[in-house]
Design a protein around this ligand. Structure first.
Ligand code: NAG
Ligand code: NAG
Length: 364
């Protein structure tokens, strides 16, 4: 049985995915009823949302060099895994809180930055602790420890009472899982030997469940958890497993869908158990799939390769040159979306789910 597990694994696909698009940039969709506010945003997860934490840790999973950031504040590489802003920034921007969500590890952070929210995400991380370990990045438990430290600092700045109010009202977003599926599960023999697809999806969901309950214990209430995108349609996976025509890989998409179903059910269960929880499953499967199959409908031209390099396999340091017009592309590299695509996705998510975060039990 052992040799069955010795399938070769392409280890260069380190990072993370997600998908999306653009509708009306700059138009805030968020109007809260009564005096309700969202005072801050906190983000946990992987390279879809990392805004530079990996610049400050010892790992090879870094993108603080060109062409990353070519469209960010005049071409500044900051460790964001895209040409411009990433979803963590775009969520804070669209909520009218601030235009960028700073990395918690950035040594130049000021007190004011802490009050309106920070980002704990680390490119390469996963629900499975092994995923983060393999590439020496911040695991979800590391990120939760950093959040505890953050809360102590916030108490020092605004006091205990205001801190618990900020935690209760703010929006927490969790975005991870892609690396577990593409790198740890399908990309290596390490887990496939021990887990079939449903049991590995259970392992991921169980880790996510403990994580969001940990956030609740620390005082967070409004918690949105992204599902998985159609991972089989990411350019790198099409190249590796999609055959000569680079088709979307069905088995990967099926795993995304299975995980999403289990995650969504688990979050509903937590909501029914924890009195004040507003834990919301945020779907990023169906819209991205439609954009990939019908890019023109959303203002894109190309959705089966990324903008950097040949677009078929390059990520991070393998990205040496870029396409001539990034606005035509859904994918920036073979794993991550362009800012334009992220904008479309974030806009849609906030429009669709915001009401679920702010409604008060028992009315929702
Ligand atoms: C809004 O806040 C004001 C002042 O604290 C209060 O008088 C009012 O009742 C609040 N309105 C709602 C809808 O909660
Ligand atoms: C770049 O692509 C976008 C989207 O397809 C298009 O609107 C724009 O005109 C293109 N720009 C150039 C210089 O070709």
């Amino acid at each position: 049985m052992q040799f069955f597990c010795l399938e070769l694994f392409p280890f260069f696909v380190l990072l993370s995915v997600s998908l999306s698009f653009l509708v009306c940039i700059g138009e805030s969709v968020i109007k809260l009823p009564g005096n309700d506010t969202i005072p801050a945003v906190f983000v946990f997860g992987d390279s879809i949302v990392d805004t530079g934490n990996n610049n400050y840790i010892k790992t090879i999973v870094k993108v603080n060099y060109p062409p990353y950031g070519q469209d960010f504040m005049g071409g500044k590489p900051t460790g964001r895994f895209s040409n411009g802003k990433v979803p963590s920034d775009l969520i804070a921007e669209e909520l009218g809180i601030k235009s960028l969500l700073p990395a918690y590890l950035d040594p130049s952070l000021q007190a004011q930055d802490l009050i309106t929210g920070v980002n704990f995400a680390s490119g390469g991380a996963g629900y499975d602790p092994l995923t983060s370990d393999l590439v020496s990045v911040l695991s979800l438990s590391d990120q939760l420890e950093m959040f505890k430290e953050y809360i102590m600092k916030l108490k020092g700045i605004v006091g205990d009472e205001r801190t618990s109010q900020i935690l209760r009202k703010s929006l927490v977003i969790v975005v991870t899982g892609s690396n577990d599926v593409t790198n740890t599960y399908f990309g290596s023999p390490l887990r496939k030997c021990l887990y079939d697809i449903p049991s590995y999806a259970d392992l991921m969901v169980s880790s996510g469940s403990s994580f969001v309950q940990g956030l609740y214990e620390l005082g967070s209430r409004r918690i949105g958890v992204f599902g998985l995108p159609p991972l089989g349609c990411v350019p790198s996976q099409r190249t590796l497993k999609g055959g000569l025509t680079r088709k979307c890989v069905d088995s990967y998409n099926q795993m995304s869908e299975l995980f999403n179903k289990k995650l969504s059910a688990e979050l509903n269960l937590i909501n029914s158990r924890l009195p004040e929880a507003r834990m919301i499953y945020l779907d990023i499967y169906y819209l991205p799939l439609d954009v990939i199959h019908n890019p023109k409908k959303y203002g894109f031209e190309i959705a089966n390769i990324g903008c950097c390099g040949t677009g078929t396999i390059e990520v991070a340091f393998l990205c040496k040159y870029t396409c001539s017009n990034v606005s035509e592309y859904v994918f920036w590299d073979s794993f991550h979306l362009t800012e334009k695509a992220y904008r479309l996705l974030v806009h849609q998510i906030l429009k669709q789910y915001m009401k679920d975060f702010i409604c008060e039990k028992p009315f929702c």
